[in-house]
Design a protein. Structure first.
Length: 576
């Protein structure tokens, strides 16, 4: 494993705590996703949520299997590290980071819309919603730097209240406003909505189901993880699918599609300044249920609950950022400085403040569609990597203990391949090809690749001695002026490395690295002898790498994972 051996987290979370945290993240999405999807899919909005619900079920199966196999923080990044290499792990980790940043931004952005729908209308429009959303992010970032303990009982209570309220809306709406005739009249296939808008709505609809990574990132805190994690994920799937399949049906009955001058729309997808409920769609449903004497009380209750749930979802995103920053720092996917703990509060405060600030920047345009597209792109890419990792793990490590196996298996030449992961990957194409999200998400990953270059490429001094490099008899530089004083490793893909903490405790009394750090077992280097840097075999026949600093006569030297040459990841390694 490519991680430093540091004290772990306490395993204290049971099924209820895991479920409540994940449902608070996934279940909160309906409060804004309903309006975003309805703006594209119109009368086919319920169909979109059913299709994306099936996709979510398959995704949940992937996360259940992989997390039960490797119960460690990281989600799809961890899966990719085991199945592929550090590069793909890094790529998935930055996808998760994008998801968390957008989770923070989009949840905070819709809090003022629900509050403004009840009390202060100026919060429903710009710049009131932007300022309020930034204030929410800033407040929660500061709270997480201080490190106020999470109240598991409160999270469970809020999750139960949220689910119960959504279920009550479905039941009451089914009695008061449900109209099959209206649902049929809402749709004119091919024109209302257009097929292009319907296809775009599918990846946008996936934002309603994002958040399943939450359980994977809490895996190191789960009790009896092989049992509790699959159980919690299954509960989330059942609860979310039940609500998301039924609530849009009620919504399109209460707020049907209307056409005027050749333009069709539902108030669910119309901006508030035009008389719609795109910013607070669930509150819009309540306002059209005709509850009589309970109307005002029902609006207050649902509006405040929605704002509270979105506030909690914003906090969950910041907590996810803090965990992910720390994990990426351990695996050298971020600069060490970002994961440094506060000397007093023991939280990764620099990473929290930086990525909280980035979330605030994404709020400034005040464009919910922009946030939704970015969210859909990041989620699709993370999920795709997770499914590919599960397929590859079935191929390269079929005998590994799997406490949970996803449903559906295809036997090919004696190998049991997961149908749920293979079928799910095809559902990502619309999301990955959605222009705006793909372009902006690609820019995000481009910045991450540049950051990885800075973190993982180490330029080392020439080897010991002032004479010519024995690999290049003409001098101590290779053609092009580069020093050849680097560790030679075999060509191949990136390799997982066991990263050891630095410090004086890892050196012997004479200042040299302790014997346990020496990759060349059985060879004791003399004071003037250059150590052999060839890779030693790992137990079981595979080669191993230790990432460490060792001092030779000519300075320091670092061993790189296989495949990293002088120019960094992807360059050919030095050859003799």
């Amino acid at each position: 494993m490519a991680r430093r051996q540091l004290p772990g987290l306490q395993r204290v979370l049971g099924v209820n705590a895991l479920f409540s945290t994940a449902y608070g993240n996934v279940g909160s999405s309906i409060y804004y996703a309903l309006g975003l999807v309805a703006s594209f899919a119109l009368g086919l909005t319920p169909v979109v949520f059913i299709l994306t619900g099936v996709i979510f079920y398959l995704t949940a199966a992937t996360y259940s299997e992989a997390t039960a196999m490797y119960p460690e923080a990281g989600g799809s990044s961890s899966f990719a590290r085991h199945a592929f290499n550090e590069f793909w792990s890094f790529f998935a980790a930055w996808g998760q980071m994008l998801n968390y940043v957008i989770t923070i931004a989009i949840s905070a952005f819709f809090v003022p819309h629900y509050v403004g729908g009840l009390f202060w209308p100026f919060l429903k429009t710009s710049p009131g919603d932007i300022i309020f959303g930034i204030a929410v992010v800033a407040l929660l970032s500061a709270v997480n730097v201080v490190g106020v303990a999470e109240a598991a009982a409160l999270n469970i209570a809020l999750a139960i209240t949220d689910f119960s309220t959504q279920l009550l809306l479905v039941v009451v709406g089914g009695v008061l406003v449900l109209s099959p005739h209206t649902l049929i009249a809402n749709v004119h296939l091919g024109t209302v909505p257009h097929w292009k808008d319907f296809l775009i709505a599918i990846p946008v609809g996936m934002i309603a189901y994002t958040g399943i990574e939450t359980i994977s990132n809490m895996a190191e805190e789960a009790k009896d993880e092989s049992r509790t994690i699959p159980a919690a994920i299954n509960r989330v799937v059942i609860a979310v699918f039940a609500i998301y399949a039924a609530l849009p049906v009620v919504a399109l009955s209460a707020l049907p599609v209307r056409c005027h001058a050749g333009r069709c729309q539902t108030l669910l997808g119309v901006a508030e300044n035009q008389g719609g409920f795109a910013g607070d769609p669930v509150l819009g449903i309540v306002k059209h249920l005709h509850l009589g004497a309970f109307q005002h009380a029902g609006e207050i209750y649902v509006g405040l609950l929605a704002a509270t749930i979105l506030f909690i979802a914003t906090n969950a995103g910041i907590i996810g950022v803090s965990r992910l920053v720390y994990s990426m720092g351990l695996h050298r996917q971020l600069p060490d400085g970002l994961r440094q703990l506060h000397p007093r509060f023991r939280t990764p405060w620099i990473g929290i403040l930086i990525f909280g600030g980035i979330a605030c920047l994404t709020l400034i345009p005040g464009q919910a569609d922009f946030l939704g597209n970015m969210y859909a792109f990041g989620a699709m890419l993370s999920f795709t990597i997770a499914h590919a990792a599960v397929i590859r793990l079935r191929l390269i490590d079929p005998d590994h203990r799997r406490p949970y196996r996803g449903p559906g298996t295809l036997s090919v030449r004696g190998r049991r391949l997961p149908l749920f992961a293979g079928g799910r990957r095809s559902g990502h194409v619309p999301g990955l090809c959605h222009g705006h999200g793909a372009a902006r998400g690609g820019g995000h990953r481009g910045g991450g690749l540049a950051d990885r270059w800075r973190v993982r490429v180490h330029r080392l001094p020439p080897r010991a001695g002032s004479g010519p490099d024995h690999h290049h008899p003409g001098g101590d530089r290779a053609p092009g002026g580069r020093h050849r004083g680097r560790v030679r490793l075999r060509a191949g893909g990136l390799r997982r490395a066991r990263l050891l903490p630095r410090g004086d405790g890892n050196r012997s009394a004479d200042g040299r690295p302790a014997a346990s750090w020496d990759p060349c077992a059985g060879h004791d280097h003399g004071a003037g002898e250059q150590p052999d840097r060839r890779l030693p075999p790992r137990a079981g026949g595979a080669g191993g790498v230790s990432d460490r600093r060792g001092e030779g006569p000519g300075g320091t030297a670092r061993q790189r994972p296989r495949g990293e040459g002088p120019g960094g990841p992807g360059r050919a390694p030095d050859r003799g």
